[in-house]
Design a protein. Structure first.
Length: 383
């Protein structure tokens, strides 16, 4: 997010009667002040009325729509925008998606907020904003910026909820929210979202669906079945995760043990138990829990091996830690968290050359990873 108030780059003017912009389809009401984007060059407060361009006005309107949601003239500004640029939503959406792919997070967020301001009733824009914030949170979490990731997750959740309340319903809002809830280990909400998606798409004829639509139906049904079969939507499971992630490990462990008493084969539950124990530095007990998770189906999940490796590292067993990390790496070769841990392991062994390779690889995947950048800088400085 921008450190300064973006509205400080806008000033408001009242155009004289009869003033027009000859090269733009903009019908101006002289009684309403127009937002104008200050010029980047020269003194931004020095301007000649005749020198103001339509682009400055449109840029000013876009800034107001994005950041001044209580402005009394929003509807009027929107009308000017769509008169002058009928395809503005398509242009902004394409630009926002491109910036998201390039992880230019601040610029992408500004574009998405502008889109929402331009058409607040378009719930497809709301869903795109939720997906963007979800991706941004994932990127920050991979970079070790947990607090920032949590904040963006919270914002994403609010927009997912808004998208799921759309009328008529947007099926994809429920499909994508289902995966968001899965990442939050809230299996009850995830199951409900996937079930709603299936209900909204059940009348679609097979011959009318493309490959992607069929995949999404099959995937949603698969996840609903799995959550039901493993009783993962038990309220105790979600409560345990929330407690452990908020620092109340002992309370969370009590909840997950109660769940495990009747669900011994659920690998996620064993993983959650191990995670809580590891956070309490009870590495022997955590290792047992993660081993159980592997035996119950968690052997295809890279996080299980990664957590196992952390426990081995803390115990000083670097040989087993390396085996576990390499297994995690084989499952998720682009997971910067795993790559970074391999770098730390080599550091622990005193192999600075190998450590440098892995920290460099982290930055190739995520140039914004501050932890890897810090470690790499120390290595290059000979520390």
């Amino acid at each position: 997010m921008n450190p300064k108030n973006p509205l400080e780059t806008v000033y408001f003017i009242t155009l004289p009667e009869g003033h027009t912009f000859s090269d733009a389809a903009m019908k101006i009401d002289p009684s309403v002040p127009l937002p104008v984007q200050k010029k980047a060059q020269g003194d931004p407060n020095d301007f000649d009325m005749s020198d103001i361009s339509p682009e400055q006005v449109l840029a000013g309107i876009l800034t107001v729509l994005a950041y001044d949601h209580h402005n009394e003239h929003l509807e009027y500004y929107r009308s000017i925008l769509f008169q002058a640029r009928p395809n503005i939503k398509k242009e902004l959406t394409e630009a926002a998606i491109l910036k998201t792919k390039n992880e230019d997070w601040d610029f992408a967020e500004e574009l998405f907020m502008t889109l929402k301001g331009a058409d607040p009733e378009d719930k497809a824009v709301v869903l795109n904003l939720a997906l963007f914030l979800d991706q941004r949170a994932e990127s920050y979490r991979r970079s070790g910026l947990t607090d920032d990731a949590d904040a963006y997750d919270a914002d994403a959740l609010e927009y997912y909820k808004e998208a799921m309340n759309a009328e008529p319903p947007i099926a994809d809002a429920f499909f994508n929210a289902g995966f968001f809830y899965l990442k939050q280990h809230d299996y009850h909400e995830a199951k409900g979202a996937f079930e709603t998606y299936l209900a909204l798409t059940c009348d679609a004829k097979d011959e009318d669906m493309d490959e992607n639509a069929r995949y999404k139906q099959e995937r949603a049904q698969e996840l609903v079945n799995r959550i039901s079969n493993e009783n993962m939507d038990d309220a105790a499971f979600a409560q345990a995760y929330r407690l452990i992630s908020s620092g109340k490990e002992e309370e969370g462990l009590e909840k997950i043990r109660k769940y495990l008493a009747n669900n011994q084969k659920t690998w996620n539950a064993w993983f959650l138990l191990g995670w809580g124990l590891r956070r309490l530095a009870r590495y022997d007990d955590a290792l047992q829990a993660f081993t159980q998770a592997l035996n119950c189906g968690g052997d295809t999940n890279s996080d299980t091996y990664n957590e196992l490796a952390i426990c081995y590292i803390e115990q000083g067993n670097t040989a087993e830690a390396k085996k576990a990390l390499m297994k995690a790496f084989s499952i998720a070769p682009e997971d910067t968290k795993i790559i970074s841990n391999i770098g730390y392991l080599y550091l622990k062994e005193g192999n600075k050359a190998e450590a440098q390779k892995y920290f460099t690889a982290v930055l190739e995947f995520d140039p914004n990873d501050r932890i890897a950048a810090h470690e790499l800088a120390k290595l290059e400085a000979g520390e």
